[in-house]
Structures are given as C-alpha cells and as structure tokens.
Design a binder for this molecule. Sequence first.
Ligand code: SF4
Ligand code: SF3
Length: 555
Amino acid sequence: MFCYQCEQTDRTNGQPGCASAKGNCGKDATTADLQDLLVHALKGIGQYAALARGLGESDREADRFILFGLFTTLTNVNFDAARFTAFLREAATTRNRVKARCDELAQARGTTIQPLSDAAAWQPGASLPELLAQASTVGIQEGLKKLGEDVIGLRALVLYGLKGVAAYAHHARVLGYESEEVYAGVETTLDFLARHPTDVNALLSHALELGQLNLKVMELLDAANTGRFGIPQPTSVRMTPVAGKAILVSGHDLGDLHALLEATKGTGVQVYTHGEMLPAHGYPTLKAYEHLAGNYGGAWQEQHSDFAKFPGPILMTSNCIIEPLPLYRQRIFTTGPVGWPGVRHLADHDFTTLIQAAKALPGFRETASDESITVGFGHDAVLGVAGKVVDAVKAGKIRHFFLIGGCDGAAPGRNYYTEFAQQAPDDTVVMTLGCNKYRFNRHQFGDIEGIPRLLDLGQCNDSYSAIRIATALATAFGCGVNDLPLSLVISWFEQKAAAVLLTLLALGIRNIRLGPTLPAFLTPNALDILVKQFGIQPLGDARTDLAMALAPRAA
Ligand code: SF4
Ligand code: SF3
C-alpha cells in the first residue's frame, strides 16, 4: 500500500506516506490497494459516462455510483475490504452497461469511438490476489517511479479534491438534489485523470476548475439541507445528557438523522448528535423532534472515549470512523458509504436493530446539569443581521473577523486553533465551521452589541455559508474579499477539506493560513506555486500569527 491522502499520513520516512501493513488511520494494505483499484475503475466509468453525455445521454445510476464509490475511498469512511471487492464487481458491471450504450449511440450516429484509456478497458481479476496484483500497477508508487513527485502530487491534488467534491455531491443527492452540470464536471475530471496528464499547468488549472465545480456542489448541498430541513436558526443545544435510553449519531448525513428521528418517534429513545452532526440542531425540521436531546462528546478523534462511555448504540453516517474498540464494537452500526469489517451495516434506513439495541442498553441513568452552546448561524441568520454587523465595523466596534475552521484531528499542533480563537481580542468576531470548532466552542466569547462573537456556521458541508457571508460583506463595504478585515485560519485533515481549499483558491482568496501541516502530496515546487499565487501560509505561533493578522495592512 501507499497512501498520502490525509494530514495524518506517516511522515517518519523520507517519502511521506503510509506504506506499511496499516496506515495511521487503521486502513489495512488490502483495503488501501482495493481503494486504489476502485478509483481506477471509476475513472473508466467516468470516461464512458462523459462519452455518453457527449452523445446525448446520461446514465444516472452510473453518475450516482461514481459519487458513492469515490466517497467510500475518503479517509476514515470505509475499511471493509470485502465491500470493496463487491464495489469493484459493481464497477465493472456499471462500466459495461455505459460502454454498451455508448456503442449503440455511436453506431446510430455513424461515428466511431476512439480508444479510451487503460482504466476504461479494465477487467476485474477473478480472485482477491488477482485484484491486488492489478492494484499494484495503478497505485501512486508506480506513478512516482515513472513521473516523479511533482506530477503525481498534482494529480493527487486533483483526485483528492475530486473525492471531496464527490462526497459533498453524494450528501446532496441522498437528499434528492442532483445536478447534471455537477455530474458532467465529476466525469470530465475522471476522464482527465484517466488520460494520465503530465502537464503541470494543465493539472493546476484543472484543480482550480474543480474548485469552481465544488462551489456549485456546496451551493447544491446548501439548497438540499435548507430545502429539506429549513433555514438554520440560532439555537441553544444541550451538551449534557438527560436520563433515558439513548442513540448517538455521528458523521454528516442529515437525511440519516432525520430518518432515525422519525423511526424513534414515540419509542422513548432519545437521540444525541456527535461530532459533525452538531449543527443539525439549528434546522427547524430537525429541532422540532423533542427527542433530539442534545449533543454528546467532541470531534471525531475523541470517539474512542466518547463512544466507550455512551450508554447506548452508535450510528456512523459518514466520515470519520476509526477502529471501534472492543468495548463498543457490538453496539456501533454503520450506514451509507461507511464500513468496518464485522460491524453491522444498516441499509435503506431500516433502524430496527439499532432501536432494539438502544432499548436493551442502560441509557443515561441521570440527568446532568444543563450546559448549552448556540449553533445555527448559517448565511441566512448572519446576513439577516448584516446591517448591524456593517454598522458595528464602521463604528470601530468590530475590528476584524476570523474564520477558524475545518477538519480536526489528533495532532498536538492542533492546539494552535484553540489558542488562536481564545486569544482573539474582544473586538473581533470568530466564525467557525467543521469539527475543528470543538477546540474552542465551549469558551465564553461574549458578544459585541448583541452580535455573538462566536458564530457557528455549521459543518464543513456548510462552507458555502462562509463564502456567502464573505462575499456579502465585501459587497457591503465595496471592496474585494481579500480587502476585508477577515483572516482565514483553516485546519485540514482529509479530502473534503482539499475540495473546500480548491474552492477558496478558485475564488482568488489569498493569504489563507493552512495547517497544522501542509499536504504531504504537494512537493516543494507545487507549494512554491501556491505560496506565490495565493499567499498560502503555514502556521506559525498562534500569538504571533494573530498579531500579524491584526496588524494594519499596507495601503
Ligand atoms: Fe495514511 Fe491518511 Fe491514507 Fe490512512 S488515509 S492510510 S492515515 S494517508
Ligand atoms: Fe472534516 Fe472528517 Fe471533521 Fe467535516 S470531514 S470536518 S474531519
């Protein structure tokens, strides 16, 4: 195996990357290799799907399978090698169907299909060893040997951005929101990658095009979440348990949470959110369920201790799962793209066994004293008070805005974000999103003229809110986003964050502070380009970086 797609990749060897029997996330070599092969197979489907679209037809099942397939290969989503073997068979069947239709369409038009790439011609090996032998020819290391780190690193940037795009598009699609333009963009990118691009400029410009595509996807996801569950409203969320039977839901999928709230209605079982599910409490349709009792625990990397202590079953709806401890292995369930070998997987929103488990487990014996925080500051809520915010800036009451957010992780350097947020002066406003917020969201920030100093915009899935707010402020002040008194301090961990970063760069946003470490797949040459073109800055010391962000800018 060789994998360097996430921030926690092994950096203890000369060439950064997880390359032993198991990655730092717990992904075993077989699963890692099958994931590489699945990406290869999806490139082939993407090529035929793009071709079919050019011939006037799209194949919605293939489009959806591509999103789902890419999502399963994200960090901390699916660790179940047996399921990847099944996905590979499904990939071959899907590709054959789209290819056959392309042949028919081409024949009807009297045109000839030019040979595509090796990915389009791939035939699945008959056994696991054969599949693994195939995987060894399509993995990253093979490319590194042939083409070197710069080209392979930039291909990785495009692929990892695409994985993030696919994950967000899948979140929208399960809520019933799809876009032909998005499917076309995803498949064009797969086609691009399948053709083994080597031109550094073409790779960089495709990465930025992907950032633009991701903006459309984030907009679609915003429409999906608000269309299905209403516009988020500032809402106080209980952070401590109440007595009674309980289920914990983690991940990002609001549709799964909604289905579970319906299924548990009237059962006496309380539902708690974990990690990235916290912003669900701000949506009118979801918070109307009285048994949506509160939030429990912290960000994903706390799950070993949070899940071990939780006195009921747990449902993982998307990233980020880590190896379940024996202490709770019998009471954790997966759904959607998520998988762990031996862990029960629930399909089609059938939560019968989950609810039975909740009833059989003790639940919380006592109600703890109430502690709460406020969530639900999506773009509508914030822009609803935009006039007040603009006035406060003009009156010198708000000096600066920070967006401190993104993915969290376990690395010690991540305390930077806590220090940065907590040391931000009283005349500054901190906006946050993603699970990084758990590093400071219990801190008392207070308010400025009734505007809360901490505004929780939502999940990483809600990055669109940050972009909407920044562009609206720029319009209100008659300047560009880069001229606003706004600093972005972004924490990245995996491929969803790669997609959001590409969107910010595609929008021309400069001087982003990115950490805790820079992506290992980007070589010094690639980083040099990003630093020169976009002013991306690695993290320094929180106090110094904060002072630099607040220093008057040169005219
Ligand atoms: Fe390593 Fe991250 Fe890949 Fe897991 S996903 S194998 S931790 S680089
Ligand atoms: Fe990232 Fe897993 Fe939390 Fe959604 S997605 S923020 S780490």
